[in-house]
Write a protein that binds this ligand. Structure first.
Ligand code: FRU
Length: 476
């Protein structure tokens, strides 16, 4: 097995933006979560990793594991690229346990010999491990090669078991019409795969995209869901405003016909910084998702310090009416190292909240809005800037999130609610917002150097508000 060249590994030079309780690299670049699973008593999370700089580069699989889903231990890099099956990178993929063995199924990325990074081809490969730490690449890789009608985009396998058979879906772009599609494969041993064909295709590049990266197919409350990260969608008023965004279809997969019938595409998260999410099933049957605090389209000031990117907290996927939503995994409560506030107040403008460590705090706020007509807001700021502001306007039923430095705000319509509950997780350089038990989530980053930050609530009319806050840390 190839090894990382330790003498070339980059180092963190400044900890000012380092997160305290999110998965991040020891140093170097991170993007998508990969290979989420539970194996031999541990949760495992892998991630797209470039250990030699804080920029995206030849992709490795970084690796952490945890007993409780929130306290993570760094493990040696699981996959190092450069073998014939993955000459240009070990791209995203997933994991599955079969017997006593953990299998990783990932994309081999390859460049042609013309120095053009946009000119590549891709295949699918297997690696396995019996201890969950050391991985061996399968000697007969690749296990899947692209069908003839495919463009160069052919990646990010997500594998699962159904009725004693293994299946995987892949993100693909069809050559002829340049549209996104999802391909289905079937196997009885994870090594020999039969092509079942495209199960669904983008109806329009503008509305649904030209490539669905990182597809994730799973079942929730009797429905099949495909989550994916579409490229090429055009903004539609207040929706699809990011260059890279994560979205989903609800439908049904017909395994016999290899066809996925579904409703419209919806956003998975309404914030500025959420991409390439993946999910897995916990032993007690919850569907847990991690995403990447993207992205490729925004500056990441931490790159100056030798690292880039982090993964979100684990989120439990839930149905909220007929939409998919997320709540913080219950295990996040184990990150609490102390109660910082537990009070209630009549909020009018503006009301500053004092906690010991405002950059490492979980907020649980409930605004009573019965008979109300106005706006309420939560804001994280330093002396110079409003870093992140969340506001809800009861008249329009819309939530707006502002992030300093972003050209435009982000929105989610939740309708007219009598109570607004906002659970907000602030870490050194990120904010995750969960509204009303799955109605909407916003994933944001912010950057502030040495300046102290303040947290403020405001309301356009007096509002009774229950306020809880906890200090959070992974070392607790
Ligand atoms: C999504 C993605 C995947 C790919 C990986 C490469 O962010 O582009 O499609 O496998 O990142 O790092």
């Amino acid at each position: 097995m190839r090894q990382v060249n330790e003498s070339r590994v980059v180092k963190v030079t400044n900890t000012r933006y380092r997160e305290h309780y999110h998965i991040q690299t020891p140093a170097g670049w991170l993007n998508d979560p990969n290979g989420l699973c539970f194996f031999k008593g541990y949760y495992h999370v892998f991630y797209q990793f470039h250990p030699y700089s804080a920029e995206w580069g030849p992709m490795h699989w970084g690796h952490v594991r945890s007993k409780d889903l929130v306290h993570w231990e760094n493990l040696p890099v699981a996959l190092v690229p450069g073998d014939p099956e993955d000459s240009g990178g070990c791209f995203s993929g997933s994991a599955i346990v079969r017997g006593n063995r953990l299998y990783l199924i990932y994309t081999g990325h390859h460049y042609y010999d013309d120095d053009n990074q946009d000119h590549f081809w891709e295949n699918q490969n297997v690696a396995y491990s019996d201890d969950g730490i050391h991985f061996t690449k399968y000697t007969s890789n690749p296990v899947i090669e692209a069908p003839k009608d495919n463009s160069q985009d052919f990646r990010d396998p997500k594998v699962w078991e159904h009725d004693g058979q293994y299946y995987l879906v892949l993100g693909s772009r069809e050559q002829a019409n340049n549209r996104a599609r999802i391909l289905l494969y079937q196997s009885d041993d994870l090594l020999n795969w039969q092509y079942r064909g495209p199960i669904t295709e983008s109806r329009s590049i503008e509305l649904e995209g030209s490539m669905w990266e990182c597809p994730d197919l799973f079942r929730l409350n009797g429905q099949d869901i495909i989550a994916c990260s579409p490229m090429g969608i055009q903004p539609q008023r207040h929706r699809f405003l990011n260059l890279s965004q994560a979205a989903y279809f609800i439908g049904q997969l017909d395994y016999d016909q290899a066809h996925f019938s579904h409703y419209d595409l919806h956003l998975l998260d309404y914030g500025h910084n959420f991409y390439a999410p993946q999910s897995f099933l916990t032993p007690d049957g919850r569907r847990i998702q991690f995403g990447w605090f993207s992205s490729f389209d925004n500056p990441m000031p931490e790159q100056a310090d030798g690292w880039a990117g982090a993964l979100t907290l684990p989120r439990e996927l839930v149905m909220h009416g007929d939409r998919l939503g997320a709540i913080p995994a219950q295990e996040t409560a184990r990150l609490r190292t102390g109660e910082a506030l537990n009070t209630s107040a009549i909020i009018h403008s503006p009301h500053q909240l004092t906690v010991t460590d405002p950059q490492h705090t979980e907020w649980d706020l409930t605004f009573d809005l019965t008979g109300y007509d106005g706006q309420v807001s939560w804001q994280l700021a330093n002396a110079d800037q409003n870093l992140v502001t969340l506001s809800y306007d009861q008249g329009s039923g819309e939530i707006t999130v502002h992030q300093h430095g972003q050209a435009s705000d982000r929105y989610a319509t939740i309708g007219h609610v009598g109570q607004l509950r906002a659970r907000i997780f602030v870490d050194t350089s990120s904010v995750e917002i969960f509204i009303n038990d799955g109605a909407a989530t916003f994933t944001e980053r912010y950057y502030t150097d040495d300046q102290p930050v303040t947290t403020t609530l405001a309301a356009s009319r007096p509002t009774a508000t229950a306020i809880k806050a906890y200090t959070l840390d992974m070392k607790g």
